[in-house]
Design a protein around this ligand. Structure first.
Ligand SMILES: [Zn+2]
Ligand SMILES: [Zn+2]
Length: 137
């Protein structure tokens, strides 16, 4: 079955896909995203669990307790270490959060908001999008 969006890790061992056009697409500047992604911010979006399909490989899941005190599982490729998606989020049941950079065509999805802007580093310029000091809502 062809899926609208396909994604993979850097070495190509893990592949997945989905059809949903995500509503929630965040550029998050929180310290947790900095550390976990290795960059100034992480861009990720929510896809319904039942639309998310692993098509190749065996990503490894690691349980983690976020700053909010809620658990989640970070999934990465055990061969190349690429961070791919986050699942079993206590805060967002039924959603998988996909890291934008894992998409085969990352240009197809763009952030719709920026969050944890209080943690944005001085050299990073705000995007022309709704800005949230911490979590939106
Ligand atoms: Zn890999
Ligand atoms: Zn974050």
């Amino acid at each position: 079955m062809t899926r609208k969006y396909t994604a993979q890790c850097a070495c190509g061992a893990v592949k997945f896909g989905f059809n949903t056009d995500p509503d929630f697409v965040a550029n998050c500047h929180c310290l947790d995203c900095k550390r976990a992604s290795g960059g100034e911010a992480a861009t990720f979006f929510g896809v319904p669990e039942d639309d998310f399909t692993l098509t190749s490989g065996n990503p490894k899941a690691r349980r983690y307790i976020a700053e909010s005190g809620k658990a989640l599982e970070r999934n990465f490729c055990p061969d190349c270490g690429s961070r791919l998606f986050t699942s079993n989020l206590e805060s967002f049941p039924g959603l998988v959060f996909v890291m934008l950079g894992s998409l085969d065509r990352p240009e197809l999805i763009a952030p719709k908001l920026e969050m944890f802007t209080k943690r944005r580093l001085k050299w990073a310029r705000p995007l022309d999008l709704p800005q949230f000091d911490s979590m939106p809502g």
